[in-house]
Design a protein around this ligand. Sequence first.
Ligand code: SF4
Length: 293
Amino acid sequence: MPDIAFWNKCNNKCVMCTNEGGFARNGSQHYGLRPQVEKLERWLGGRGQVYLKNDDTRGAVSLTGGEPTIHPDFFRLLAYFRRRLPGHGITLLSNGRRFADAEFARRFLKIAVPPFFVAVPVHSASPALHDKIAGVKGAFAQTLAGLRNLFPGGTGLEIRLVLHKLNIKKLKPLLAFLLDNFPDTRRYRVCAIHYEIEGMSLTNHRRLAIALKESAAALGAALPLVKRFNDFRLYHFPRCLVRPELRPLCRVTLPPEDRVYTAKCRGCRARRGCLGLMAEYYKAFGDGELRRL
Ligand code: SF4
């Protein structure tokens, strides 16, 4: 699905953000209501490449940022996208903080009719650690309040757990926290994501760096908790690095140009449905962890 940068400013400063630091500092003239409408109309009309990532895929779009919900014309633009993409899956990536305002969440849920998902990351069950990763004091409280306000709606909800060195040891308490606070797991899905090495995450890599086998091991150790969720997915994990029970949860979510199969994948029985390695991960860590299945 094309990634559509809805707005380039953000109210968080996440340590593992995949945007370059300069992205939010640029002017916002390309992301206003009119340019966004023009771009979507060009894309719908098939008039050349419009969006940077996955422009040629149809059927679903991903609205990213920056933080889309702080767009000055957020509701007008969202309603326009929903109207012009009937039947298309729309996923809105948000830090969830604006939804702490109950009226804002109510307006959003009215517009975001299915097929529509809002994906919100929770970095830790510890407010202090979540805020440290998000780069803003008080972010945890707002994100949690936002999630609670989103729950009554028919809009799909995805809670994202981006795993890296700063939070990997706290994975079990985070899963237990979600089960305690959002016990009806039929009403949302959880995606555990090995962090991507790009943008600010590359700049901050010494603080974040963790091998796939380490995050896969943490997921394996948390298996009894993982099994209690109705819909749990793993993004960016090669199938050979996770426990056999977790392999069916692995999804291929990146385009072919962003991932690699190495010589170690030759003849692997699990290759179909396996992401391989993220290309940037391969550059940083190599393929020493892989083992053909
Ligand atoms: S060896 Fe390659 S194809 Fe096989 S599971 Fe591992 S990453 Fe996937």
